[in-house]
Ligand binder design. Structure first.
Ligand SMILES: Nc1nc2c(ncn2[C@@H]2O[C@H](COP(=O)(O)OP(=O)(O)OP(=O)(O)O)[C@@H](O)[C@H]2O)c(=O)[nH]1
Ligand SMILES: [Mg+2]
Length: 285
């Protein structure tokens, strides 16, 4: 019932505090069903006798039960968040700013989440809650835990300029995401944004995809071996891809797209970002 009274605050990109609206990242107000559930669980004696209106049992059957069923059946979580995730310095916060305002912004490493309403570039005018998560190793798990169940899409940002050096860490993070039971159940669209394409040595989206598939295939073998040498339980994570086959992103239950982009853009801070492919994928959610 506390959630009836409380609401979360989010920081917007300009640093102002914006109240969490009724249809925020959770997409539905949980109090909608807490209240009828709580009422219908009360002992009948706790419901005051109306005497001249109805017997208690009839009151429950005729009024409370339909109300409870209606709320229980119609209140489902709407996945309305688009999460920006990735390792430190991949360019999430700059992309967050570019997607929202188009502007270049000097960034610092994020220590908390930022969120704002993002209007997709489509005729439907779909609006999502765009959430920028910190990439630091020590903060990543708790923020992922907080927002993963609300994800409609996950934009996994990769620094293509230093991908070769980070391939193992990128694959490990992606592995954690893609074997998570909540994420596998909700199947948010996965958009792998191969960022920093303005840098000359940046790897292409195709090469990044191939190397990640190879690396995650290796990870799957080592992780499965480690699990079976313990107690055999998967500890809240699922098997990645198809058993008996080399891992490919096409085996995943969710839609996966790899794309190239640059939050900085080819003309630097003064020019526009190169994020059209990301925007058009977000428009199709
Ligand atoms: N050359 C180039 N630099 C970029 C690009 N995108 C971001 N950067 C730079 O990379 C650095 C890190 O960018 P951020 O957006 O802060 O990275 P982040 O992923 O939010 O990092 P954390 O908050 O630490 O997780 C900044 O200096 C950005 O200006 C890009 O497309 N090209
Ligand atoms: Mg950041």
């Amino acid at each position: 019932m506390l959630s009836f009274l409380s609401y979360t605050n989010f920081n917007d990109p300009q640093g102002k505090i914006v109240p969490h609206s009724y249809k925020g990242w959770k997409g539905s107000c949980t109090c909608c069903w807490y209240f009828p559930v709580a009422v219908s669980c009360l002992p009948l004696s706790a419901i005051p006798r109306t005497g001249f209106v109805l017997e208690q049992s009839r009151l429950f059957k005729l009024f409370l039960l339909p109300v409870f069923l209606r709320y229980f059946l119609t209140s489902k979580t709407v996945h309305s968040a688009v999460l920006l995730v990735g390792l430190c310095d991949a360019g999430k916060t700059l992309l967050f700013s570019r997607l929202l305002s188009g502007k270049f912004k000097q960034t610092q490493t994020s220590i908390t989440d930022s969120s704002a309403q993002y209007k997709a570039k489509n005729d439907r005018g779909a609006t999502w809650t765009l959430i920028d998560l910190p990439g630091h190793d020590s903060l990543r798990p708790q923020y992922l835990e907080k927002f993963k169940s609300a994800a409609r899409a996950i934009v996994f940002v990769v620094d293509s300029a230093i991908f070769q050096k980070e391939v193992r860490d990128v694959a490990e993070f992606l592995y954690v995401l893609l074997t998570d039971t909540v994420i596998c159940r909700n199947t948010p669209t996965l958009l792998v944004a191969c960022n920093k394409q303005d840098v000359t040595m940046a790897k292409s989206a195709k090469l990044i995809q191939q190397q990640l598939e190879k690396e995650m295939n290796t990870l799957r073998v080592t992780r499965s071996a480690a699990l079976s040498s313990q107690d055999g339980s998967a500890g809240g994570s699922l098997y990645l891809g198809k058993k008996g086959k080399d891992f490919q992103f096409s085996q995943l239950p969710m839609k996966v797209e790899f794309m190239e982009c640059s939050g900085r853009g080819s003309k630097g801070e003064e020019g526009d970002a190169d994020i059209q492919s990301l925007e058009s994928s977000l428009a199709q959610l």
